[in-house]
Design a protein around this ligand. Structure first.
Ligand code: AMP
Ligand code: ZN
Length: 124
């Protein structure tokens, strides 16, 4: 059985769907890559633009992040994509589902960047 990923350990140390994408073992439509962050299109898009922004290091959820710099790097990439894709004017939504009640299905920290349609508030 593949070893499970450990929070804060380089993706190469373990295995999960997003670690597999980070490691190049699973295909994804990648829009941004640097030494610490990867952004790729969601496989089941919930809006015309639906991108996932993930740290290359595995964290099981937002709660597992202790270094605020991780958030800075994810948000910097989000901002860059918003700018590159010209989403400022129409608007966009950034979402982090955390734990079962929030509907988190992949236990590897990710920020959803959604745009291209009107979103309701409060969220369902
Ligand atoms: P969450 O429900 O917040 O954990 O979000 C997980 C997201 O990952 C969902 O929107 C899925 O559609 C998406 N997803 C699952 N597997 C893949 C994959 N192999 N490539 C891209 N997106 C995926
Ligand atoms: Zn992972």
């Amino acid at each position: 059985m593949a070893p499970s990923c450990t929070d804060g350990v380089n993706a190469l140390a373990g295995s999960c769907v997003f670690c597999e994408i980070v490691e190049g073992r699973r295909k994804a439509a990648i829009l941004h890559e640097d030494s610490e962050v990867l952004a790729f299109r969601d496989i089941l898009p919930q809006a015309p633009t639906h991108i996932l922004i993930v740290p290359k290091t595995h964290f099981r959820s937002a709660s597992a992040v202790t270094d605020p710099a991780v958030w800075g790097k994810l948000m910097a990439v989000a901002g860059r994509l918003v700018s590159e894709l010209g989403l400022e004017e129409e608007g966009y939504r950034l979402v982090v589902n955390n734990g079962p009640q929030a509907g988190q299905t992949i236990p590897h920290l990710h920020v959803h960047l959604l745009a291209g349609r009107a979103f309701r508030w409060p969220p369902g």
